[in-house]
Design a protein around this ligand. Structure first.
Ligand SMILES: [Zn+2]
Length: 427
């Protein structure tokens, strides 16, 4: 069964919010056919022919509703619905169409296609906004190819430029400059993609939640309060390797036992700093790694996130103190290194209120929740008023062919997005 049939098959028109469910199911299905994997997932890596084909497909749909389509030097695609006063700063709405390898069919694409559905419905109803509304597809959100990500939005807001990106290489040794050229773009012109934030009134991104909060609350949509910024803390415990049989328990410098204590204590900490803080050890390497050898060295990475910069950094400092304290008591050495540091972004109260009003007037309970994952909205939120709407994910699964959001929930998302945008495009 193709994606369209599967979506429509489960459709109950639970919320009766209007919009064209068949059209959006058809478009999701057509996009899913680009880069379809054997496991039924999506493979549209940034600046490849698959991402390009997806952009061209959406461009065609945007043109069909007679919007002006253009593309910037970073490959970001825009479709503009002119407002009554075209000199006013525009509202931007959208997401991305690239995926992780063998990813899902909703991450990113849903934000683009709900924006298109809303604008198409407006044009059918002959609704003309006071100011311009631009649908946007950002290039290379996922960052799997060049270890970066959020590339289109970063370039557009002046956070990345040709100088910093040019020599980045993918796994095959292809540079960022070469990848752009293969996509019909020119790195020497990249910096022309920068936009003046004053031209942008607001940015809105609708995205799948990729978590289970909305499912637990039994709600199709949620209001994002902030986007957590991660810090990766690399921790190395150095003890002493020794024979597991010949070294008495009291004479050991066991790096893994120290790490275990560290991780157990670590798990209790985030809640003391804020409700939204999290800390995770997802990678650990034990050396020399033999069943009869006392571990002499352990390397692990702690991923620390929060939507509040201050509490995230206090948590991080406390985790570092914990590692030092455990190492000292056990007579081990510890090496700490803060890597990858992205500042979180809080959604402004005024923007949260607009989404909350949209949610309530659409007949849904307002559920507020943070985003643990990064999105283009995180970059945009540093420069212009930004809102983010989450739509329920089934079982919280994402970056996986099993990623699923029901068509009923998608229609609820369309309604809330439309109401949010109507507030923002009002002059
Ligand atoms: Zn995404």
């Amino acid at each position: 069964m193709n994606l369209k049939a599967k979506l429509l098959n489960g459709f109950q028109n639970k919320y009766e919010v209007g919009f064209n469910e068949e059209r959006i199911a058809e478009r999701l299905s057509q996009l899913a056919s680009i880069g379809l994997t054997e496991e039924g997932g999506s493979n549209r890596i940034a600046y490849t022919k698959e991402e390009r084909a997806a952009k061209e497909m959406v461009k065609k749909w945007i043109k069909e509703i007679l919007l002006e389509v253009y593309e910037d030097e970073a490959g970001n695609v825009f479709g503009r619905l002119n407002g009554k006063d075209t000199t006013l700063p525009a509202v931007l709405v959208g997401s991305h169409v690239d995926t992780v390898p063998n990813g899902g069919h909703f991450d990113g694409t849903l934000g683009v296609l709900t924006a298109l559905e809303v604008v198409q419905t407006w044009t059918e109803e002959a609704f003309i906004p006071d100011r311009n509304l631009e649908i946007v597809i950002f290039s290379d959100e996922e960052g799997v190819r060049f270890d970066g990500g959020l590339t289109g939005s970063r370039v557009m807001m002046g956070e990345a430029d040709a100088g910093s990106l040019r020599e980045d290489k993918d796994e095959d040794g292809v540079t960022f400059a070469e990848a752009l050229r293969a996509d019909g773009l020119d790195i020497d012109l990249l910096d022309k993609a920068v936009r003046n934030p004053k031209e942008i009134h607001a940015f809105v991104e609708l995205h799948i939640e990729q978590g289970k909060v909305l499912e637990r609350q039994d709600c199709p949509v949620g209001i994002v309060t902030g986007i957590a910024g991660p810090v990766n803390l690399w921790v190395q415990f150095n003890g002493e390797a020794g024979h597991a049989g010949n070294t008495p328990m009291g004479q050991r410098l066991d790096a893994l036992a120290a790490s275990s204590e560290f991780m157990t204590e670590l798990e209790k900490m985030p809640g003391r700093f804020s409700e939204t803080a999290v800390a995770t050890v997802g990678k650990i390497d034990v050396y020399p790694g033999g069943s009869n050898v006392i571990p002499g060295r352990v390397e692990l990475i702690v991923d620390v996130r929060d939507i509040y910069l201050e509490s995230r950094d206090s948590l991080l400092a406390t985790i570092e103190e914990l590692a030092l304290k455990i190492a000292e008591r056990r007579g081990l050495q510890v090496v700490l290194d803060r890597k990858l540091r992205v500042d979180p972004v809080l959604i402004q109260d005024g923007m949260k209120e607009i989404v909350k009003d949209a949610v309530e007037s659409s007949g849904f309970q307002p559920v507020l929740l943070p985003s643990g994952a990064a999105h283009d909205a995180m970059i945009m939120g540093r420069h212009v008023p930004t809102a983010m709407i989450f739509v329920r994910s089934q079982d919280g699964i994402s970056h996986n062919p099993k990623e699923w959001t029901t068509l009923d929930d998608i229609m609820a998302g369309c309604k809330v997005l439309s109401e949010t945008l109507k507030q923002l495009v009002a002059g």
